[in-house]
Design a protein around this ligand. Structure first.
Ligand code: SF4
Length: 473
């Protein structure tokens, strides 16, 4: 069984979608590597990409076409300056040429060389095929599936080539039951179990450094979202709301950067009824940055990227003014391991399970993490995750116009608020009297995913996506 690291669950990338943007981008990068390892790179004269199923149906709105071009151009989603993305794409369009791997110019027509098929490939709803045509008239083909949260598998392989074996870590965490058993028998917190497992792959210092990089990316994302006004791209004319909301909430303590900003918010008098507004403002800000192809952390997906940062910010600026990097690391460890159990037991792909797999899972991750920071026992942590998911079961995915905007952006506020409520309820729960264990709700979520009509699985063929006329937006 594969070990899924916290760093697999929380990835730095570019919006708007982990399965439709980050995954296809990574697939293009793997395809490039294959061309090099097969000694085909220098001979490649043309590349075509075929998008299937959900990648085709909502691919334009989710920027799948841009993602594959960026991946083939050698841009790394973690590091490419987001302000350069538009010009890279425009250059390809204007010149009908793509700089393969950033090194070799090939003829490329955006209109003809990316083909959108409405049919589905058999293994997963998000399929894509890359074909390289070489100077000696051979054709090299690779098929990939973007299975949610930026994870990619190649046809015929069950997991990525970089997969880690669960046997290599001290504590198996395939299920919530296993995780709990380890925590209770070792008398450790869930975050401590995660640390022991992650130490197999990197030093403790490295773990801290990487988690802080993730937290700082989240914080910067919230900061940018709260300080940026205007209309989101894509044609729905969705106005950014985090800016206005923040203007109404902010105090008068000056700041110059995200860290000082945290202190400034702490000094602002937060009235009880404003707490919901602050949390919503944080969640909206992240998803507005995501919708504008900004830099976000996939947590566990891009569409749901606002829930975890919003709940962590809530803890820092409302619950515990002394909290700092140590608490942020602890929070991300718990969130990551809970997400990994959902990925293994059900799915984090909306194309497989609807929005319960995105907002539902992110809410469960955030609820468990917040519960531990608020002093919850391991049983209460898993109970918090269970409560959060229990009240997202059956949530469908129906993005209007195929864009990750309506209902996605607002839905993150709901996921964050439910997570806080779930953590509070779990703290009041007698651990010995939990009626629905976390593993049971994960099983139910998967069953619900299988019963869900395909229209509600990231196709934009049902729900709000057909009820609302885009022209009226
Ligand atoms: S409706 Fe939910 S699952 Fe679907 S794209 Fe939006 S956030 Fe993702």
């Amino acid at each position: 069984m594969e070990y899924i690291s916290v760093f697999d669950m929380l990835k730095i990338g570019v919006g708007p979608s982990s399965s439709h943007t980050l995954g296809p981008w990574r697939a293009a990068e793997i395809f490039l590597k294959e061309l090099r390892s097969q000694n085909l790179f220098d001979k490649t004269e043309k590349v075509t990409i075929e998008l299937y199923g959900s990648l085709s149906l909502t691919g334009k709105g989710h920027a799948t076409d841009l993602a594959v071009m960026l991946g083939l151009s050698g841009a790394d989603p973690e590091y490419v300056p987001v302000e350069n993305i538009e010009s890279i794409i425009q250059t390809i369009r204007d010149n009908n040429k793509l700089m393969l791997g950033g090194a070799k110019p090939i003829v490329f027509s955006v209109e003809k060389d990316i083909v959108f098929h409405k049919t589905f490939l058999p293994y997963h709803a998000n399929g894509l095929i890359f074909k390289a045509h070489t100077s000696d008239k051979t054709e090299y083909t690779s098929t990939f599936y973007s299975v949610g949260g930026g994870f990619v598998v190649k046809e015929g392989e069950e997991s990525s080539s970089e997969a880690k074996d669960m046997k290599s870590v001290p504590y198996a965490v395939n299920t919530a039951e296993e995780l709990l058993k380890s925590a209770l028998s070792e008398n450790k917190k869930i975050s401590e179990i995660v640390t022991e497992n992650e130490k197999v792959f990197r030093s403790e210092e490295q773990i801290s450094k990487e988690l802080l990089r993730i937290w700082n990316t989240m914080l910067e994302c919230i900061y940018i979202g709260c300080h940026t006004e205007g209309i989101l791209p894509g044609g729905l004319n969705v106005r950014r709301r985090a800016f206005d909301m923040y203007q109404n909430l902010k105090g008068d303590v000056p700041y110059n950067n995200p860290q000082e900003w945290i202190t400034s918010i702490r000094k602002t008098e937060v009235k009880f009824r404003q707490i919901l507004k602050w949390v919503s403002c944080f969640a909206l800000s992240v998803n507005e940055v995501n919708a504008s192809l900004g830099r976000v952390v996939t947590a566990p997906t891009n569409g749901s990227a606002g829930v975890i940062p919003a709940v962590l910010m809530y803890y820092m600026v409302i619950e515990n003014h002394q909290a700092g990097n140590k608490e942020a690391e602890q929070f991300l460890k718990v969130a990551g391991v809970i997400g990994s159990i959902f990925k293994r037991g059900a799915t984090i792909s909306a194309a497989m399970g609807g929005c319960q797999a995105e907002i539902g899972v992110s809410s469960a991750m955030a609820a468990g993490a917040l519960c531990e920071l608020m002093g919850g026992t391991p049983e209460q942590v898993t109970a918090a995750a269970e409560i959060a998911m229990e009240h997202h079961l059956g949530l469908t995915c129906d993005p209007i116009g195929g864009l990750v905007q309506i209902p996605c952006i607002e839905r993150n506020t709901m996921g964050a608020i439910k997570a806080i409520n779930a953590a509070e309820l779990a703290l009041e729960t007698d651990a010995k009297n939990v009626k629905v264990p976390l593993d049971k709700v994960i099983e139910t979520m998967w069953q619900t995913a299988q019963d869900m009509n395909h229209k509600y699985k990231e196709t934009s063929e049902g729900g709000l996506a057909v009820a609302v006329n885009i022209a009226d937006c």
